[in-house]
Design a protein around this ligand. Sequence first.
Ligand SMILES: [Fe+2]
Length: 156
Amino acid sequence: MNAVKSPLSDSDLKTVADALQGALVDLVDLALVAKQVHWNVVGPRFRSVHLQLDEVVDTARTHSDTVAERASALGVSPDGRAATVASGSGIGEVFGGWVKDEDAVRVLVDALGAVITRMRERVAATGEPDPVSQDIFIQVTADLEKHHWMFQAENV
Ligand SMILES: [Fe+2]
């Protein structure tokens, strides 16, 4: 079923759809990882890291909704199911159990770094086929890079 008509050509739409779906999966997983660490962080810096992680969750959830709805607006069905996220996320494995505060920061530096790399590839890929979607990826990348900066600044 193709319920919504896209303003893009088929080939442009394929490029943009892949970028949006990939971004959705990365952002849903980023929100899950940040919550997992939010619940499990321990150590002297517990409170600041615990609160900071929820700021990442807010960013990831907000942007996952924007990205998914951009896909819908282009006539592409977004897929945010758990199995799809698990198989497609660019974030590496995060281990269960309690996480020392400095390790929590490292997990976030790595996770944000992985997502930012892929998000910048999406910025590059979508400029020609759809600058409107590219604009979303640019805003997402800017917000993620701000979080990335703050976590990196903590582990010096
Ligand atoms: Fe909480």
